[in-house]
Design a protein around this ligand. Structure first.
Ligand code: XMP
Length: 514
């Protein structure tokens, strides 16, 4: 394992992903972890991430000097670089020489371990206030910038390396190459980590955990639960029962995809609970968004609990495990990558019933989203499931502004299917993050169709681009694609006589309308 020491501010996750892209397994640890504990994990190499602090700030995170003396190769980036410099006797000062953004780097030692084979002039991404003016003893300076005399250094004998910039971001043009040089040349690690290994490893771990007992997995139609279920299915076959709650708020063909394609690809036992009536009844007369969300959440838990009870009654106390599609970022964000403290409440399908004692199986807890997709692909899941864009748990229930009825759901399903079909046909699926299609059920406007006046509802298109859904921008879709979607929806969907485009970023708007 390669440890990425997290000094805060999101850099560590990106570094851990880049290391894995280099086919080397990586894990994130918090900078507060004692160095002895880090070394006890027997890391093949350690990377120190960037972070928001100045090394001179009073409560700046530090590391015991031992980390540089244990014979484990270390690579410091940005804050990690400055920490390495100051800890080992180099000089970092607050020169006022700030650099932010794309910066030209001058490589002064082209044959160095990190820089060999890369251009002497390259563009890198900087973000710092303090600057290193003298490298520690024994180190040679390998690069500089116009304002920073020591922008990279290395002590090849002790296997210690550092760069002032962020090689993990794409703006650093040779960043990945430099990271790979550290891993392969500096630390002598063989690139051998693949999704195939992950599957083998997880299958063995799941078998060891579950033994001859039985497990339940809730399928939501999303990527994570589908891949988790497929992985557990591969490990324990018919000892797994999958449960899918059909709340009637899914988009066109999504339930069929789970019922047919998922089962065809995995051979899983699937229990589909048809709860459409129940949800419609519970939602009747309700148009307040938060109330709708609460009702859908509550009903979902009840139906899922009921299904679990039935399975327990049918199969007996052998059912001891609940499978969840928890991902690595959930673990890192809720427990700093070390413990499993807050995780249960953070991420579980519909909440664990209190009186049912299940042990969790979380086969994706080491993986990032894109790795989950690769595992899913390798397990033979259909593209439509593996590449699915995010879709909210409450489904179309929160995309009808107004009361949710069967007729309105059917109408919205048609409009949404057309939009999705045209976006896919235009090759835009990867470019947009998601495109909610919203029915303004409480709004009517006058139109003319054929020879007559109409008085119908508007459909809103909400295509957005985003990295993490925390912020988003509206996608500038080509006009001809928008025109085609608009024409088709107004022609093919009864009661819709207008299509409008949402051009609001987030903030101030949210991605969904409710
Ligand atoms: P908002 O509307 O808050 O949405 O900008 C951010 C992202 O979260 C999705 N979303 C949900 N996902 N359960 C979910 O699993 C929910 O209740 C829920 N509400 C919103 C939304 O689609 C977007 O990707």
């Amino acid at each position: 394992v390669v440890l990425v020491v997290d000094f805060g501010a999101q850099y560590a996750q990106l570094i851990a992903r880049r290391v894995r892209e280099a086919r080397v397994y990586s894990e994130i640890v918090p900078s507060t972890m004692p160095v002895a504990e880090m070394l006890a994990k027997n890391p093949k190499a350690i990377i120190l991430s960037g972070g928001p602090s100045s090394v001179y700030a009073e409560n700046a995170p530090r590391l015991d000097r031992e980390i540089f003396e244990a014979g484990v190769p270390v690579f410091g980036m940005c804050y990690g670089f400055q920490l390495m410099a100051t800890t080992l006797g180099g000089t970092v000062d607050n020169t006022g020489a700030r650099e932010y953004g794309r910066t030209p780097l001058h490589v002064s030692k082209a044959g160095s371990t990190l820089f060999e084979g890369t251009p002497v002039e390259q563009s890198v991404w900087m973000s710092h206030g303090d600057a290193c003016s003298a490298a520690p003893e024994g180190f040679s300076v390998t690069a500089s910038t116009d304002v920073v005399p020591v922008a990279a250094f290395e002590d090849d004998e002790k296997k210690l390396y550092g760069v002032q910039y962020h090689p993990e971001v794409l703006h650093s043009t040779h960043g990945q190459q430099i990271l790979e040089h550290f891993l392969y040349r500096g630390a002598g690690i063989e690139p051998s980590w693949t999704t195939g290994n992950v599957i083998e490893e997880q299958v063995a771990a799941i078998r060891a955990q579950v033994g001859d007992k039985r497990a339940i997995c809730g399928l939501s139609g999303g990527v994570d639960s589908a891949v988790a279920a497929a992985l557990v299915q591969k490990a324990i076959g018919s000892q797994l029962t999958c449960v899918y709650v059909d709340h009637g708020l899914m988009r066109k063909n999504e339930t069929e995809q789970v019922e047919k394609d998922f089962v065809a690809a995995t051979g899983a036992n699937l229990k589909v609970v048809d709860a459409q009536e129940r949800f419609l009844t519970a939602l009747a007369g309700v148009s307040d968004p938060e109330t709708k969300r609460k009702i859908i959440g509550r009903e979902f838990i009840r139906v899922f609990e009921q299904a679990q009870l039935e399975i327990l009654q049918e199969e007996g106390p052998e059912v001891a495990f609940l499978v969840q599609g928890t991902l690595y970022p959930d673990i890192v964000e809720s427990g700093g990558g070390t413990g499993t403290a807050n995780i249960k409440s953070h991420h579980n399908v519909g909440g664990l019933p209190e009186d049912l004692e299940f042990e969790l199986v979380e086969p994706l807890r080491q993986l990032f989203k894109d790795e989950v997709r690769m595992v899913g692909q390798e397990l033979g899941l259909p593209e439509e499931i593996v590449q699915r864009q995010p879709f909210p748990g409450p489904g179309l229930g929160i995309r009808i502004v107004g009361e949710v009825t069967k007729e309105r759901l059917d109408l919205l399903r048609e409009a949404d299917a057309i939009a999705r079909e045209e976006l896919t046909a235009a090759g835009l699926d990867r470019e947009i993050w998601q495109c909610p299609v919203v029915l303004l059920a409480d709004v009517r406007s006058v139109g003319v169709q054929g020879d007559g006046r109409t008085y119908g509802h508007p459909i809103v298109l909400r295509p957005v681009s985003s990295e993490d859904a925390m912020t988003a921008d509206w996608s500038r879709l080509p006009y001809d694609v928008l025109a085609k979607i608009s024409t088709r929806i107004t022609n093919e969907v009864a009661d819709v006589n207008r299509v409008v485009l949402d051009v609001t970023s987030k903030p101030p708007g949210t991605i969904e309308w409710e």
